[in-house]
Design a protein around this ligand. Structure first.
Ligand code: NOJ
Length: 518
């Protein structure tokens, strides 16, 4: 386990939209470098950069055309190396995004693979044995697109053919087992890409669709897990400080497969969703009917989160970390359904539970979701990918380009939140995030380690009270006061709103959060 994960807090950067240093309307590596001090000062000591490699950008870079070359719009490989160096100078770490399961249809491997005649890359992807063979077991096929007399499997969009890591139990002659030399060659190619960037100074990877590699896998993901165990063995032997975080959302499976961290994501029925995203969306993507725990109307129930989280935590926390996210490039921004106070309380929980939290750029100021047309395959995700709002100058300080040249429009609202404004307001969301992350930095008991104890978490009752080492923490997201009988007395360490832990009772005013030392 990389030591630096003990106190890591990540900041996710969608590079297109963070800071445009060269004035061409799109974010770049130099822009990230110039903002490293801001991120560090905020309290984040690690970055995850969304894919920044050569790509036709039909899925915002999740369609990689060349894994070893950065997209010129962000800068050169040399610029990315400089970003690693500058981050390391500040004791920060950088994860790249590894799209392991598929490439762009323009990747040279695919251009070879689609040819009529067999060649070295013919089985780098998964092809059937005939153009008229398609449709099986939940995998998606594309036919009629290539000279080759066969159909191929995709992982996501049509432009993303699935790489061949084999099948757990091949049923058809064209399905190779996971230990077939061709499937092993794909795995070796992936390792080669990883070594390339680790040798260049990257500190690890966020792995896209990490559970998708071996096809027709079983519920335990036996085939895909074996691939990751093999890759983890390479890291342990050669890059013991490199970290892997998975897009999997099943920590027991993901961490047993070798990941150091796994995200909890917002799919239907997920406990994480019940905290901040338990709403329905109308046709315009506007949230309604919100039952999230952190809504102040108080219909939330912490058990809906804990009933899923705690069994996972018990099974997974000795081998790795669970990662809670404020949001990401695929989700709506929760500022759409939560007020700044509700956001502050939600972040307070995310940043004080065990594991390694991830903050999505702009969530620290409550940046809004914008209702704008799709860009680069973003569709409804596009509104969460707009330029970072630094100040009230041109393009909210993101870029000096003319507004029609921007990658995406900036928030047009006169009240668009900005870093500069919130920096000067001691009660702003930005300063609350800083205070919470400072607290986490100062208190080893509040960092990644698995020292969680639940003190009070009753169905449909508030507050929620938990303990980490020598600290007791409580949150009451509702608009009414709450208290729990607890035989503890603590000295206040930090609070949002007013609350106390004395004389056998934890008393929490409406919408408050407290931390006490025993
Ligand atoms: C998950 C990524 O987060 C998403 O943005 C992308 O579109 C798909 N995987 C396909 O790579």
């Amino acid at each position: 386990m990389p030591k630096w994960l003990d106190d890591a807090v990540f900041y996710e950067i969608y590079p297109q939209s963070f800071y445009d240093a060269n004035g061409d309307g799109i974010g770049d590596f130099e822009g990230v470098i110039q903002k490293l001090d801001y991120i560090n000062d905020l309290g984040c000591n690690a970055l995850w950069l969304n894919p920044c490699f050569d790509s036709p950008f039909k899925d915002a870079g999740y369609d990689v055309r060349d894994y070893k070359k950065t997209a010129p719009r962000y800068g050169t490989n040399e610029d990315l190396r400089r970003l690693f160096t500058e981050a390391h100078k500040r004791n920060m770490h950088v994860l790249l995004d590894l799209v392991a399961g598929h490439t762009s249809e323009e990747h040279p491997w695919f251009l070879e693979s689609r040819k009529e005649r067999p060649n070295e890359y013919w089985n780098r992807y998964i092809w059937t044995d005939n153009w008229f063979t398609w449709g099986a077991d939940g995998v998606r096929f594309i036919s009629g697109e290539a000279p080759r007399n066969a159909s191929y499997i995709i992982n996501f969009f049509k432009c993303q053919p699935a790489l061949n890591y084999g099948f757990l139990n091949p049923k058809e002659p064209w399905q190779q087992p996971a230990d077939h030399p061709d499937a092993l060659a794909t795995r070796e190619a992936l390792k080669d890409i990883m070594r390339f960037w680790l040798d260049a100074g990257a500190d690890g990877f966020r792995v896209d669709m990490a559970d998708s590699l071996v096809k027709l896998d079983d519920d335990r993901k036996t085939g895909t897990s074996a691939v990751w165990k093999d890759i983890r063995a390479m890291l342990d032997a050669r890059y013991p400080e490199a970290a892997l975080v998975s897009e999997w959302s099943n920590p027991p499976l993901a961490l047993n497969a070798g990941f150091h961290m796994d995200f909890l994501l917002d799919h239907a029925g997920s406990g994480y969703r019940s905290l901040v995203r338990d709403y329905r969306l109308d046709a315009d993507m506007r949230p309604f009917d919100d039952n999230s725990f952190f809504k102040k109307d108080g219909r939330g129930d912490i058990r809906r989160f804990l009933d899923q989280y705690l069994p996972w935590y018990e099974r997974a926390s000795r081998i790795g970390h669970i990662s809670l996210i404020t949001g990401n490039h695929d989700t709506g921004r929760i500022s759409g359904n939560l007020s700044n106070r509700e956001l502050a309380l939600a972040y307070a929980l995310f940043f004080t539970l065990p594991g390694v939290p991830f903050l999505y750029y702009g969530d620290e100021i409550g940046m809004r979701y914008l209702y704008i047309p799709t860009k680069e395959g973003g569709y409804t995700r596009t509104g969460s990918r707009t330029p970072m709002q630094w100040n009230k100058s041109k393009n909210l300080g993101f870029s000096t380009a003319e507004p029609d040249k921007l990658y995406l429009p900036v928030d047009p609202g006169a009240d668009a939140p900005t870093v500069e404004e919130q920096h000067n307001d001691p009660h702003s969301l930005l300063n609350t995030v800083k205070a919470l992350l400072n607290l986490r930095r100062a208190e080893p008991d509040l960092q990644s380690k698995p020292n969680l104890e639940i003190l009070y978490a009753e169905k449909q009752r508030l507050p929620f009270v938990y303990r980490r080492g020598n600290l007791v923490l409580a949150v009451n997201p509702s608009a009414v006061d709450a208290h729990a009988a607890l035989p503890l007395t603590g000295t206040p360490v930090y609070a949002i709103g007013s609350c106390s832990l004395t004389q056998g009772s934890c008393r929490m005013d409406a919408q408050s959060f407290g931390v006490w030392r025993l």
